[in-house]
Design a protein around this ligand. Sequence first.
Ligand code: PLP
Length: 398
Amino acid sequence: MTRSSAYFDYNATAPALPEVAEAVARVMIEGGNPSSVHGSGRRAHARVEEARRKVAALIGAAARDVIFTGGGTESNALGLKGLIATQKIERLIVSPTEHPSVLDLVKAVDVDVAFVPVDSDGLVERDAFCTLLESDQKTLVSIMLANNETGVIQPIRDFAKIAKGAGAFIHTDAVQAAGKIPVNFEDLGVDLLTLSAHKLAGPQGVGALVLKSGLALAPLTHGGGQELGRRSGTENVAGIVGFGMAADIALGKIRKNISSKDLRDGLEAALLAAAPEAVIIGAGAPRLPNTILIGLPGVPADAQIIQMDLAGFAVSSGSACSSGKVSRSHVLDAMNVGDALAGSAMRISLGWGTDEEQISGFLDAWINMRNRLSQHPATKHAPGASNAPVEGEARVAS
Ligand code: PLP
């Protein structure tokens, strides 16, 4: 029997669109340093500026407010450390479900840190947030727009209003949201916003920090004064061109309302129908249209992922950046979902290459995996789904 295999880990990284990869290769071969005055340099400079306009358009910002960086991690560091330095920030308020590039950073800066709790769906608790903002300390808030593990979308526009009303600055990590849902920098009302190209089918190692016009930011790097002195270092011209192209394509899809939501919803419904004990984590909150975090209580996530990998399907557990090491999820801990569910959570994330055939193959493989690993009554589904244990394979107790 042949079964389609496929990549279902777009939140970890989205493979570059072929046209993006081709454009990146062309620009790399042509070369050019945007700081050079000759024709090659001027062409490279023009390419960077065109890409800046495209990235700005994706998130409704002014092009001059987009600073290209080496990715989401660097953008978070530049935004938070840069503002702490220029605005003499005394306290950070962050959610405990932030990406490690924020959570590890807050340990490394010399300011007070307050964690605002989240509810069982992963949404920041509004009342607790308001209470934390009642402070005389100069405060910077960092709350992500959409979570990489659960896909849960925070009401950042509302939080930005509250933060501004209390005189605080606010940053949002929009790495997972941008390109999947409409994101508008002006409308959100935040001071700083983080983007990463490889989450929207652009190249890895390039991102952007979007900064409210006129806000001063201390740089992390010093030297050539690129990016208006806010990020010295020769620009990754090819990567930036790829980022611009991916942003432009993503914006076109958002405008036409093209997303993987229908495929995601169909898959989610089929998974729950096949395994009534399964739990969709964060289901009570608005979520990204491409993400499912599903738990099979008591069935270890690493066993599930290995089974799915053997069947040809790439999925992950825990945070995107710790794919490959199955560690306890700080996001699920903060949501208090309980050990049995947290230890069994598998993230399925769809993207531009996902199609009906892959979804159907995935469903068969998942049902097969669930029937092998859990002690629940077997579910028969499509012809590919079997409940027979593989010889020599241990059943995992729930
Ligand atoms: N923020 C979020 C929400 C992410 O999911 C990631 C990557 O997984 C990052 C930041 C880091 O981005 P990058 O891989 O470009 O450094």
